[in-house]
Design a protein around this ligand. Structure first.
Ligand code: ADP
Length: 269
């Protein structure tokens, strides 16, 4: 197969996920630290092409939940299933089907934007290619396409630490795209960005979710952003799910259940 055909094939697969029906199912997830419960009995499902926002006050357990879903910490109880397969028992290479976007971008600062995106291909290539960083031309083309998708192809060779915060988050999203995932989990991806840049990042993630059929689970601090961009909202308070509703039905009563009256008042003022 020529590099050109391989690139075309990869391009198609990146635009048409193989299984639109793939979804993430989290069931009865629980995790404690030193005997103190961080999340308890957390269950929800996310469909292909659905944007699920996780809302909750600081300390509600959002990061713990994301770390458990991504396999970064082992839950004490419960399961994470991806298209009916136990994700936590999947081999490392298979786990690339869930991509993670972090609040602090987590790029390698001293290397280029393109090299950071290529890291998203590591789950797809032979291990020796990862060690030697000798990626196939098709992988390089795909990484470039992903950078183009986030509007940064022209900055491919620029060092990651010379990019603005918003640009770094776009590179992180391109890296997630290069993984060709079924699910993206984004842990407060706009918490460090100003409102205008945040809107651009959320529009980008929404487009990836709705157009490519990727299931998106995204924690957000701001209620109005969840209402504007998400299809569904799961509310977490003290480690438990207290709401699982269509975003359009989120109202003050649900917000009060999540944040409590005093904190809600502070957020509004
Ligand atoms: P959120 O992301 O919603 O702010 P976290 O998941 O970070 O919530 O935290 C939930 C609870 O778990 C908090 O009480 C926090 O102090 C505790 N916690 C989180 N990570 C750790 C850890 N590594 N060690 C001990 N306690 C932790």
């Amino acid at each position: 197969m020529t590099a050109r055909v391989e690139a075309a094939d990869l391009h198609l697969r990146s635009l048409q996920p193989s299984a639109r029906s793939v979804r993430l199912a989290v069931a009865r997830l629980a995790k404690s630290y030193g005997g103190r419960s961080a999340i308890t009995d957390v269950s929800f499902e996310v469909c292909a092409g659905e944007f699920l926002a996780i809302l909750g006050p600081s300390g509600a357990g959002k990061t713990t939940l994301f770390r458990c879903i991504a396999g970064l910490v082992a839950p004490d109880d419960g399961s994470v299933r991806l298209a009916d397969v136990d994700f936590l028992r999947m081999r490392r290479r298979e786990r690339r089907r869930i991509a993670v976007v972090f609040q602090q971008f987590n790029l390698v600062s001293r290397i280029s934007a393109l090299s950071n995106v290529l890291a998203g291909r590591l789950g797809h290539v032979a291990p020796w290619r990862g060690f030697t960083k000798r990626f196939r031309r098709a992988d390089r083309l795909l990484a470039l396409e992903c950078l183009d998708r986030v509007g940064l192809a022209h900055k491919a060779s620029q060092r990651a630490d010379s990019l603005s915060g918003g640009e770094q988050q776009r590179v992180a999203i391109a890296r997630a795209l290069a993984q060709q995932p079924d699910v993206i989990i984004a842990d407060e991806p706009v918490a460090s960005l100003d409102p205008r840049i945040s809107a651009g990042i959320l529009e980008l993630l929404t487009g990836i979710c709705h157009r490519d059929g990727v299931a998106l689970v995204c924690s957000l601090h701001q209620m109005h952003l969840a209402q504007k961009y998400a299809d569904r909202i799961v509310g977490l308070a003290q480690g438990r799910v207290v709401a699982d509703i269509p975003a359009a039905t989120f109202d003050t009563a649900v917000a009060r259940r999540l944040y409590g009256s005093d904190e809600l008042q502070d957020m509004i003022e």
